[in-house]
Write a protein that binds this ligand. Structure first.
Ligand SMILES: Cc1ncc(COP(=O)(O)O)c(C=O)c1O
Length: 398
């Protein structure tokens, strides 16, 4: 049978990186003590009030259809929080709820792009971006964010990459996998490019509450940007609610109207009982779970201190987000070979990061979403692995 060309376009680059995860899962199933730091999951529990709200809603039989954009209460709660946290005054009509931020990204691509349109995206980028943009027929033009620039984008490359089919810029700040928190100056320069060339800016802010250095700026607040910015976020990361699939997009009313049509075709909105849970979580913790943020920061510092004292390894101390990037370029090994050795010999699984873009070649992504004890143990095993590797390198030299 025949399938659309779309299914091939969205397949994206196949990456061997996930082999490491699968090796680790198999070892764990055989009973080995494996530390799994590949996925962006968390060890934190979702807020108790959100759990109670779902229980109450289901018990009261509130299990019926709701408007596809989401009910008034959740849209108002998101609007209130956005206005309070960013300073951009919006109302509930500028908000639509989605099945996580991922669904918002796809909805944005479907609302903005014609087949053949180009989208500028700083690389390294979150791995679903290529498939998401391709699903709408778009083509990504990558903007480099090299390690030497602290994984911040080379701002001049935006202007240089503009062509007649450029329609939008997609970016994530704080970034996955690099943890770069784009500065106000960088975002202002990107905003100026958008205004000059009449582009949309899709700002993925799922890690917006997880900032340790600098401060998070929502580009929608910059002059002339409200009418051309789509702000995307969710409860996944900073509320430990990834499995609830509760996200949203914020933008001009007309955009929300189009997004609602997409929702009508795709999802018919998010479950009513989750909406109530969302309201409970947002009202209890307007800035995400404070103890989660504190734990990630502590783990980041512990892990980076440990890596910095280990031979041949170095790390990039992230400004935000929930990942540390380990630099193994000095070992002479590829990120994949390093990861394979580490999981086989020390039982620590971390993700080769080259799949996120060329700028992270020779780096591995380490998730901070595991208990303190696991992170500390992973740091110790990583140091031991590096020391053994050095001894081996010395032996080879003689
Ligand atoms: C940068 C970025 N955007 C979007 C998502 C998807 O988030 P959600 O779980 O809300 O769909 C992720 C998940 O890891 C992410 O890292």
């Amino acid at each position: 049978m025949r399938y659309s060309s779309r299914v091939h376009r969205i397949a994206g680059r196949t990456s061997r990186a996930w082999d490491i995860h699968h090796i680790a899962v198999e070892k764990r199933e055989r009973g080995e003590r494996i530390i799994l730091l590949t996925v962006g999951n968390t060890d934190f529990r979702s807020p108790g009030r959100a759990i109670a709200a779902v229980r109450d809603e289901l018990a009261a039989g509130r299990t019926h259809y709701s408007p596809s954009a989401g009910g008034r209460a959740i849209r108002e709660a998101i609007a209130r929080r956005h206005t309070r946290n960013t300073g951009q005054a919006i109302d509930a009509d500028q908000v639509i709820t989605t099945i996580g931020a991922q669904n918002a990204l796809l909805t944005a691509a479907l609302c903005l792009l014609e087949p053949g349109d180009q989208v500028l995206v700083p690389e390294p980028m979150y791995t679903t971006y290529p498939g998401t943009i391709a699903a709408a027929g778009g083509e990504i033009i990558s903007i480099r964010s090299p390690a030497e620039n602290r994984f911040h984008p080379l701002i001049n490359e935006f202007e240089a990459a503009i062509g007649s089919r450029t329609r939008a810029i997609f970016l994530a700040t704080p970034n996955n996998p690099t943890g770069a928190v784009y500065t106000s100056d960088e975002l202002s320069a990107i905003a100026a490019v958008c205004r000059r060339h009449d582009l949309w800016l899709v700002s993925d802010e799922v890690y917006g509450e997880l900032v340790y250095e600098g401060s998070h700026v929502s580009p929608a607040v910059l002059p002339g940007m409200a009418e051309r910015t789509i702000t995307i976020s969710s409860l996944s990361k900073s509320y430990a609610m990834a499995g609830w699939r509760l996200g949203w997009m914020i933008g001009p009313r007309e955009l929300v109207h189009h997004a609602e049509r997409v929702a009508l075709c795709a999802t018919y909105g998010i479950p009513t009982f989750l909406q109530e849970a969302g309201v409970a979580a947002l009202e209890q913790f307007p800035n995400g779970l404070p103890e989660l943020r504190a734990a990630y920061r502590r783990r980041r510092d512990w892990l980076c201190d440990c890596i910095e004292t280990a031979p041949v390894l170095s790390c990039h101390r992230p400004e935000g987000g929930m990942f540390v990037l380990l630099d193994v370029r000095a070992t002479g090994l590829s990120a994949y070979d390093f990861a394979k050795g580490l999981v086989l010999e020390e039982g620590v699984a971390i993700l080769p990061a080259d799949g996120f873009g060329d700028s992270t070649a020779g780096h591995l992504r380490i998730s901070l979403g595991a208990a303190d004890a696991e992170i500390e143990e992973a740091g110790l095993r990583l140091s031991r692995f590096a020391k053994q590797m050095c001894q081996h390198m010395v032996l080879l030299k003689h």
